[in-house]
Design a protein around this ligand. Structure first.
Ligand SMILES: Cc1ncc(C[n+]2csc(CCOP(=O)(O)OP(=O)(O)O)c2C)c(N)n1
Ligand SMILES: [Mg+2]
Length: 789
């Protein structure tokens, strides 16, 4: 097999251009742009050079429009340069690299304009995202929605030190369980991390590990120059020397240059006739070119390696590279933040035949005919369909999500009942919902949904217990039509899976409505993946249950305190903590719509639920109540005209708040009870309103919480209570200047009954009454008397 020389010439020329443009982008940001404020764009130069050839091979030749790529964060200048050559990136944005609204430091789906497939930046996550994206493609295909669209390959360009991230290993195991296909990971094996040179022999560990998980492994170590030299007399001795040279030494010699290589080779090998002649035949420059011709920097070798793959098994390519190749910093262990000096850049510019003032010209300095280069770019398969971001129509959400009512329920139970009703029906919504859970499907009440809709697998697999007629509440039947993806316990995988499912409308052109479940405390375990899922604008619903100390006997270790604050702070995630199931049904309905709204109007949804069974209100759901629930709060008991105390509660502590209000009402008739379904939505509405008023002076727009609190006098006190950190609701006092006593949980770990723990943490009815007394004047309020034990 050989690659056509004319094609090789075009590809090599374009690769030269990519290396130049990416380096110039970085240089421009550091030395030319006037508004950089001393900003040094480190971390990109050497990393980018390392991957330039591999990315040129992919984008200019190997990739097809249906393929998707996660680019190693620091190779973003290479990505932007390639898109610039294709005409998808502007000079303006490149000149403004890392600047305000310029090309992003790390490829970003939401902030870049040049069609990034997966946002990267937090190393490891983009890599795993490709794996889950491939599983989602399989899901879409198995459900008959691929139509005539060909299957794409999901490709990650991975740094060798990036492989230290544990989430990659978690994903590998999951991929093996789910019969992963169509996934390529290309490891940029430059044997350097940020700080230093990596351990010897890492490739062997990677190789055996990937093979273990059912991947093919292709090692691309030597370029064509090297291969030719190995075939010369004495070549074998040279190969042995290269194979035995420690990483640090090889890197140092690459930095020092041809003369240093010559000296070392002579010292190590001695005078051995043929191999000495092989070395002597080459000038210092030629010797350096030979020794830095590792596989990853050799266009023909990379193209051959990629094009040799004629199957859909997952493949890991280990491509040997030199960090900073071709640049004065190549191989230096400190080069991560390395930058070229103005003098170095000038020298390089001259060598590249680039005239001052023509640095951004697309084909400047290339001897090839520009028309031919242009034609080659236009014919690149990747470019055939222009922008590749797809869309999908909205899925209609029924006016009401019904559920089987009962007088006592928990929100977790209600969640299961609502999904069960959806599963029973045949709405389009139900057909597009995909549930997924990291081994807590049954314990988060997804069981009924799964019984009806089945588990997803590419091959049918029947429930043996059922076949053997052993009674069981759950049917565990796998089929290609199943709508639940069962994951192993790793919560990072859950969020990356939700991220991949939640981008299906843009990646596969088919909308899925993913619903994931996990225990609330383990949000923190997967938090970075959740954050990235939101950052990519993936759309999903996550039900986290049980939560807080209310899970009482489940164990102190599982209590979550910080999650309501995460719910407020997480961008792109609307968070809710309903107390009652009718609220939950309204919120889920709203959520399925919110997940489908375009751009900043929509987002993902977090439901913080509970296993506590509480009495349910029997009430009609008026349109006003409906709206107030989704905006974050409503008066469960309206404050009277002389209201001097308000109890504001969220979630499972509703019974304590209601009980306390009963007692307080005996002496403070006008007491109000505010039900807060979403501290997040309330807070966001409040900050938005303030901003609107500031930006457009004279606009009198009031937010929902401002309207709700408007009737209260400034002297009215507010007691807030939540099974979570008190700061979640503590800000309510700032809305109109009311004093606040914020109750909640600040320490965790104690087990006991709900009563024990609410008393322990000062959030039972008596504690609420005490807090109310501290904010009001007048006679003491009667307290709830507990039976003596
Ligand atoms: C989760 C996370 N931790 C730390 C970093 C900071 N960081 C960025 S690149 C890098 C080293 C990457 O080395 P490697 O993956 O080998 O890529 P190379 O620089 O060699 O191209 C580190 C530690 C990060 N971006 N994300
Ligand atoms: Mg590296």
């Amino acid at each position: 097999m050989g690659i056509d020389p004319a094609r090789l010439e075009m590809l090599s020329a374009l690769n030269r251009k990519v290396l130049w443009l990416s380096s110039w982008t970085i240089h421009h940001a550091n030395h030319i742009r006037s508004n950089t404020d001393g900003l040094k764009v480190g971390g990109h130069q050497a990393s980018s050079a390392s991957l330039a050839n591999i990315m040129s091979a992919l984008y200019f030749s190997v990739l097809r429009p249906q393929d998707r790529v996660a680019v190693k964060p620091h190779a973003s200048p290479v990505f932007h340069a390639i898109q610039y050559l294709f005409g998808h990136q502007t000079r303006d944005k490149l000149e403004n690299f890392r600047g305000y609204k310029g090309a992003q430091s790390y490829p970003s789906r939401t902030k870049d304009t040049d069609d990034v497939d997966f946002s990267t930046g937090s190393v490891g996550l983009g890599v795993a995202q490709t794996l889950f994206s491939s599983l989602v493609q399989d899901y879409v295909k198995a459900h008959g929605w691929m139509k005539d669209r060909p299957e794409g390959r999901m490709i990650a360009l991975v740094g060798d030190a990036e492989m230290d991230e544990g989430n990659i290993f978690e994903a590998l195991l999951e991929g093996w369980k789910q019969s992963l296909r169509n996934t390529w990971w290309v490891v940029d094996y430059n044997r350097q991390s940020l700080d230093a040179v990596v351990r010897e022999g890492l490739w062997a560990k990677f190789e055996s590990m990937f093979r273990n998980f059912g991947w093919d492994v292709v090692i691309v170590k030597y370029g064509k120059l090297m291969q030719a030299a190995f075939a010369e007399p004495g070549g074998e001795a040279l190969r042995r020397w290269i194979d035995n040279c420690p990483n640090q030494m090889y890197a140092a010699l690459c930095f020092q240059g041809g003369a240093a290589f010559r000296k070392h080779l002579q010292d190590d090998i001695g005078d051995q006739g043929q191999v000495s002649q092989l070395i002597d035949r080459r000038s210092d420059e030629e010797l350096l070119a030979l020794m830095s011709n590792l596989g990853g920097h050799d266009m023909a070798s990379m193209i051959e390696a990629f094009e040799a793959i004629d199957h859909d098994r997952p493949v890991c390519f280990i491509a040997y590279t030199i960090k900073g190749v071709g640049l004065p910093m190549q191989g230096h262990k400190d080069n991560h933040a390395g930058l070229m000096t103005v003098a170095q850049m000038e020298k390089w510019r001259a060598a590249q035949n680039i005239r001052p003032g023509h640095e951004w010209d697309r084909f400047e300095g290339l001897p090839q005919d520009p028309a031919k280069l242009e034609a080659f770019l236009a014919a690149a398969p990747f470019n055939r369909e222009g922008r590749r971001r797809l869309t999908a129509p909205e899925i209609e959400v029924p006016r009401e999500l019904t559920f089987k009512q009962s007088s006592q329920m928990s929100t977790q139970q209600g969640f299961g009942l609502i999904l069960n009703e959806l599963a029973r029906g045949n709405t389009e919504l139900a057909s597009r919902i995909v549930t997924t859970s990291p081994d807590v499907t049954v314990s988060t009440n997804l069981g009924a949904w799964v019984n009806r809709r089945g588990l997803f697998a590419k091959a049918e697999n029947h429930d043996l217990f059922r076949q053997e007629k052993i009674p069981s509440a759950y049917t565990w039947e796998f089929s290609p039509k199943g709508q639940h993806i069962e994951l192993g316990i790793a919560e990072m995988n859950l969020f990356i899976m939700l991220s991949a499912l939640g981008l299906s409308h843009q990646i596969n052109g088919e909308r899925l409505l993913p619903v994931g479940t996990l225990y609330d405390p383990f949000i923190e375990r997967g938090l970075d993946a959740l954050n990235y899922a939101c950052y990519q604008d993936a759309r999903f619903m996550v039900a986290a249950t049980p939560s807080g100390i209310t899970l009482a006997p489940e164990g102190g270790a599982h209590q979550s305190i910080a999650t309501p604050l995460i719910g407020i702070a997480q961008d792109g995630l609307a968070s809710f903590e309903p107390a009652f199931v009718d609220e939950l049904s309204v919120i889920m309905r709203w959520g399925f719509q919110h997940m489908q709204r375009e751009g900043g109007e929509g987002g993902s949804v977090y439901l913080r639920l509970s296993t506590r069974t509480i009495e349910q209100p029997q009430r009609p759901m008026s349109p006003t109540l409906h709206q107030e629930i989704t905006e974050g709060a409503y008066w469960l008991r309206k404050p009277g005209p002389n209201c001097d105390i308000v109890i504001a509660y969220t979630g499972a502590v509703a019974p304590e708040a209601i009980e306390a209000v009963g007692f307080i009402g005996e002496s403070h008739r006008d007491v109000g009870l505010l039900a807060i379904t979403s501290a997040d939505r309330l807070h966001a509405g409040w900050t938005t309103a303030r901003k609107l008023r500031r930006d457009r002076r004279g606009v009198q727009y009031l937010s929902h919480i401002e309207n709700l609190l408007a009737p209260l006098s400034r002297d009215c006190g507010i007691v807030t209570v939540i099974d979570g950190h008190p700061a979640t609701l503590g800000w309510l006092g700032s809305v109109r200047g009311n004093r606040v006593e914020a109750l909640g949980v600040e320490h965790f770990g104690q087990t006991g009954t709900i009563d024990d723990l609410y008393r322990h943490h000062g959030m039972d009815a008596n504690a609420i009454i005490d807090a109310a007394e501290s904010l009001t004047v007048g006679a003491p309020i009667r307290h709830h008397r507990k039976m003596a034990v």
